[in-house]
Design a protein around this ligand. Structure first.
Ligand code: AMP
Ligand code: ZN
Ligand code: FE
Ligand code: FE
Length: 296
C-alpha cells in the first residue's frame, strides 16, 4: 500500500447509489484503483447503508477505506427570524464513524423521515406548475438503483425521462434547484446535533464545500466556521470541485488560523455529474492526517 509517495492521491468525498450516486458501493473500489487512488471515503447523503459493502470491496483490493456520511443540516440564515434568508446549504461530513452507532442511526432516520415528507411536496408543487410526474416513478427509479435516500437528482432524472426538461441541469434551474419554484427545504436538523452524533460514533465532523453556504463574503464565512468550531467542528473541506486554487489556499489558511483539519474530495456522483472519481487530486497525506486525528 503506498504511503509516503507524494504523487499518491485520495478522494474523501464520494457518493454511491445508496444515496444519489449511480455507482453501487461495492463497485467503487475497482474504479478507485483504476483512477490511481490510494484511499477513498464513502460519504453518502444521510445514510451509512453502503459502508459495509464499500469497505469489503476495498479490503479485497487492499485500498484504504474511510467509513463516512454527509449529513444535511440547517443552514445559517442572514436573519435568524426570516427562514427565507437561509441562502445556501450546510452539509457536515462524518469520517471514521462507527457506521452502525445507534445515535447516528437515529439521526439518519430523522433526516430520512424529513425527506419522505419533503419529496411528495415537491411533486405537488411541480403538478401546480403543470409538470405532472408521479412520485411512484421517482421511487421506482431510486429503487431500481438500490438507493435508500431519495433526493432531488432522482426527481430531476424523472423530469428528463418524461421530457419536461432536456438535462438534469435544466431540471434544477427551472424547477427544483434552490430558489426555483418547486424547491422545498429539508434542512431542519441543527448542525450541533449532527456534530454530536458523529462524535458519539467516534468520528470527525468536517464542514463540506463551505462555499455552498453561499454567505456573502469570506468574513461571514469565517465567523460561521468559528461558530461551528464552538459546536465541535473538527475541520473543513478545503479541496472540492467547487473551489478554485485561490479558494483552496484561503481555506487552508483559515483552517490553520482556527486550528482545524482540512480534507478534500471530488463529490463524485457517478454518471449523474460530470465529475470523475479522484479528479481533485487530493494528496494522500490528507487521508493520513485524518486517520491520525481520528485515532485510527
Ligand atoms: P437533496 O439532498 O435531495 O437536496 O439533493 C442534493 C443533491 O442535488 C446533491 O447531489 C447536489 O449536488 C444536487 N444538486 C443541487 N443543486 C443542483 C444543481 N443546480 N444542479 C445539479 N445538481 C444539483
Ligand atoms: Zn448528492
Ligand atoms: Fe454536499
Ligand atoms: Fe456530496
Amino acid at each position: 500500500m503506498p504511503t509516503n509517495n507524494p504523487m499518491t492521491y485520495c478522494d474523501l468525498h464520494i457518493h454511491s447509489s445508496a444515496s444519489d450516486g449511480t455507482v453501487p458501493p461495492e463497485e467503487l473500489a475497482p474504479l478507485a484503483v483504476k483512477a490511481g487512488l490510494a484511499a477513498i471515503a464513502l460519504t453518502d447523503h444521510d445514510t451509512t447503508v453502503g459502508v459495509p459493502a464499500a469497505q469489503a470491496a476495498c479490503q479485497k483490493v487492499k485500498l484504504n477505506f474511510v467509513p463516512g456520511i454527509e449529513l444535511s443540516v440547517r443552514a445559517p440564515a442572514l436573519d435568524e427570524n426570516d427562514p427565507g434568508s437561509r441562502l445556501g446549504t450546510l452539509h457536515i461530513l462524518g469520517y471514521f464513524i462507527q457506521h452502525d452507532h445507534p445515535d447516528l442511526l437515529t439521526l439518519q432516520q430523522q433526516v430520512q423521515q424529513a425527506r419522505h415528507e419533503r419529496n411528495p411536496r415537491m411533486i405537488d408543487r411541480l403538478r401546480e406548475l403543470g409538470v405532472a410526474i408521479e412520485y411512484e416513478d421517482v421511487l421506482e427509479l431510486a429503487r431500481s438503483e438500490g438507493a435508500l435516500i431519495v433526493g432531488r437528482p432522482h426527481i430531476a432524472q424523472v423530469l428528463v425521462q418524461k421530457g419536461y426538461v432536456k438535462s438534469l441541469h435544466e431540471a434544477f434551474r427551472r424547477y427544483i434547484g434552490q430558489g426555483a419554484p418547486a424547491y422545498i427545504r429539508k434542512d431542519l436538523l441543527p448542525p450541533e446535533e449532527a456534530i454530536r452524533a458523529i462524535h458519539a460514533a467516534k468520528g470527525l465532523a468536517i464542514l463540506a464545500h463551505p462555499l455552498q453556504l453561499r454567505l456573502p463574503d469570506f468574513t461571514s464565512l469565517h465567523r460561521e466556521i468559528q461558530n461551528l468550531k464552538a459546536a465541535g467542528l473538527d475541520g473543513i473541506e478545503a479541496r472540492h470541485t467547487d473551489h478554485t486554487p485561490a479558494h483552496v489556499r484561503q481555506f487552508e489558511q483559515m483552517a490553520k488560523q482556527l486550528n482545524l483539519l482540512t480534507t478534500g474530495g471530488s463529490d463524485f456522483h457517478g454518471a449523474r455529474k460530470a465529475i470523475p472519481l479522484g479528479s481533485q487530486k487530493v494528496p494522500y497525506e490528507y487521508y493520513e492526517r485524518l486517520r491520525q486525528a481520528a485515532g485510527q
